[in-house]
Design a binder for this molecule. Structure first.
Ligand code: G3P
Length: 216
């Protein structure tokens, strides 16, 4: 399973990248706004900076909702760097645009996916990645990890090449469950990634080893 970090914060991207386990970055308009990135030039420059920091796929989301505008915006985003993946919302115009990008060799990430039916459409359009939002599904009283398992199963039966990118990860257990469910990618904020490191017995064991080492 590939690890992407789900943030536009450069310090957090650097910290995750320095671990040596980072395969890419996903962003969205909310995450960009949180970092105070405003205006087309600043947005484009921010994506360029991220691409220069991390050697992997970098999702940059379109802000348009009509076919022609999504295609025009996506072409500009894709021109920033070869690693840019154009992130397109799961709407009718978005599916048409994903098919256009597929036919024109531009990678895509179909976002805001909350059902297996939506995931089938994204795969039919040739999306590189499909992003089911598992935390938001859990928040609504459904089972996000179960949806990941269902999509992985459907894609396997049908031979779809689209990668299942589990998004809206809230805790380390989500990451483990997504790995068990067969997700191709997990995109997470820094905190759940670092949370995987933690176990009290590791801390207790290390303290004892270091204490005993003084007697060596
Ligand atoms: O990037 C999309 C997704 O990961 C958003 O997560 O926590 O806002 O539901 P969240």
């Amino acid at each position: 399973m590939k690890f992407f970090i789900d943030t536009a914060n450069l310090a957090q991207i650097k910290e995750a990248n320095d671990l040596g386990i980072l395969d890419g970055v996903t962003t969205n308009p909310s995450l960009m706004a949180k970092e105070g990135i405003k205006g087309t030039e600043a947005i484009m420059n921010h994506y360029k900076t991220i691409c220069e920091m991390v050697d992997g796929d970098i999702s940059a989301e379109v802000l348009s909702t009509t076919f022609n505008e999504i295609v025009e915006e996506g072409k500009k985003l894709a021109a920033i760097h070869p690693n840019i993946v154009v992130k397109v919302p799961m709407i009718k115009e978005g599916i048409k645009a994903i098919k256009w990008f597929t036919d024109n060799g531009i990678k895509t990430n179909c976002t805001l996916v909350f059902s297996a039916g939506q995931a089938i459409l994204a795969a039919k359009a040739g999306a590189t990645y499909v992003s089911p939002f598992i935390g938001r599904i859990d928040d609504s009283g459904w089972d996000g990890v179960q949806l990941i398992a269902q999509i992985v199963n459907i894609y396997s039966i049908q031979g779809f090449k689209t990668e299942v990118l589990a998004a809206s990860i809230r805790n380390p257990n989500h990451i483990i469950q997504c790995a068990e469910a067969g997700a191709d990618v997990c995109t997470c904020p820094l905190e759940p990634i670092l949370g995987l490191l933690k176990h009290p017995l590791t801390d207790i064991g290390l303290a004892k080893f270091l204490e005993d080492a003084k007697k060596m």
